[in-house]
Unconditional design. Sequence first.
Length: 641
Amino acid sequence: MQPPSQVEYRFGPFSLNTGDKVLLCQGRVVALTAKAFEILTMLVQNSGSSLAKAEMLRQVWPDSFVDESNLAQHIFQLRKILEEAAGGRAYIETIPRYGYRFTQEVQQSPAPSGEIPATAPAAPATASVGRTDQTAAKPRWIIAVALAAAVTVGTVGVYVANERVSNPSRVKAGKVMLAVLPFENLSRDAQQEYLSNGLTEEMITQLGNLEPERLGVIARTSAMQYKDSHKDVRQISRELGVDYILEGSVRREGDQVRITAQLIQVRDQTHLWAKEYDRNLRDILALESNVAGSVAREIQLRLTPEQTASLAAAHAVDPQAYELYLKGRYFWNKRNEAAYIKAIDFFNQAIARDPQYARAYSGLADAYALLGSWPNAELSRRVAMPRAKEAALTALKLDDSLAESHASLAFVEMQYEWNWAASEQEFRRAIALNPNYATAHQWFAYWLMVQGHADDSIAEIALARKADPLSTIIRADTVELLCAAGRFDEAIAQAHEALELDPNFGISRYFLGVAYIGKKMYPEALAEYQKGVAIDGNDEWSRVGLGRVYAVRHDRANAEKIVRQLLQDSRGRGELALELAFLYAALDEKDQAFAWLDKAYQNREGGLMFLNTPLYFDAVRFDPRFTKLLRKIGVPRANGQ
């Protein structure tokens, strides 16, 4: 058997000889550095398989610590050499946050013996020697490789830094899209996940605030879908619709953090820029601004003087306050009652540590707002929503540029205060500050629908979906708004797409049933709700849906059974008042419907703002009590009322 050190690998026009350590292209020497040759050999020997960056670093640099940017620069140069020599064919694929994969078919055979031909190299980006002189005692291909190595080592960094200027055609005209993939936690401590997740979210926020007319940044919800994913760059690009990907890692030791970041252009998987930062946690905000500024330069954004000054003005932050804030965001993003309570505690600790920390107040506002919208026993809506408003106002007093705080304030004004003028103003301010903030578009779409601007509402939720394409709640909200607009066929199509993302997301299934009911497709609606109950017997959405289908099909016995179950569940909770009012209206029990509507009003349930849409209360719509309730909430009457 041929020893591994004497093997020739052939792929495309290339042959790689491991014995003589040379790469040929159609018989011509391709000059590579020693490390580049080692890296290429690893990739070729594992063709079709993904290689982890950490393993590649360990094998190529076994006795020294080398950061990922060094590996990225070698990959960048290899990709350029191979693709130029082979007419643009891609050979090396990037697996974001994981590593690389050699994509071409490789044939293996024993390496031929004899001297390697001393001819000009195939890759014009490198240098070699092909003349006969006093050094000919050594094989000429060795001289070629040695001299090329000297040139390559000296030019890799220059090429990466200057390619943006020399090749401006890389940057597409018009708006470009970027995704920040979850930063990898290299601390070997699961308790540090909040730091890597928090850094990801902060980078999304920083980049989203740059030049939003030119740069769209995918929202956190969609980006986090790729945590621990080994999908390649092209697949991620197709799923998210992005032109660039920013990936990185974070390692922490005490108060010191080492962050590696690199920017990848999806079209040709070029590593446009890579850098490593060592900072104290106190300087983390400045570090984030540095990364954002580097990305802006590579994508050739036209920053205003104010934006440039904002990046330069990042101040030091109390490390403990920042950590507490990131922990709060970590739990807030889990989106459940217990996590909201933990988030509130961490945000309050951050504020106690630094009472001038505007972002901590912003996080506190977000946590109280969503907790107040959640059926829970921990904190009533009447307590949570005013606290959300107070925290948002404090955040904006400290820093009026926080789009998230304006959006949270708008949410409370819309869902709890029913202050339509104030909520519109705050929504528009949030979107003006950060047009990439998906949540602001998502919530403002409801405002537009409630105010009778159906087409504008659908257009607004489309902006939210573009910014956060994998968000299940935004997709479910899209279905609800399409139903409210009477566009049931579109709603059904969107609901099926949402359920493909998450078949167990009950809200999507509920609104699919609403669309079926709108088209009088009662068997289909019944089947969906029965499926929802089978998945989760406590799914209130599916049970309410079942009750409605039974009611419209005049199956009073089963409808009343659902009502009794909800009455049992509602003891000590006001949050089911609107659902019970809805079912009593469907059963044509008007007095009971209005009694529960009054309870919902006393509890200031957010769903009441949808009273004027033709989804739920057709049976009582022309009752004078209904008109009176609409006036109290302040929403306009729907057409035909």
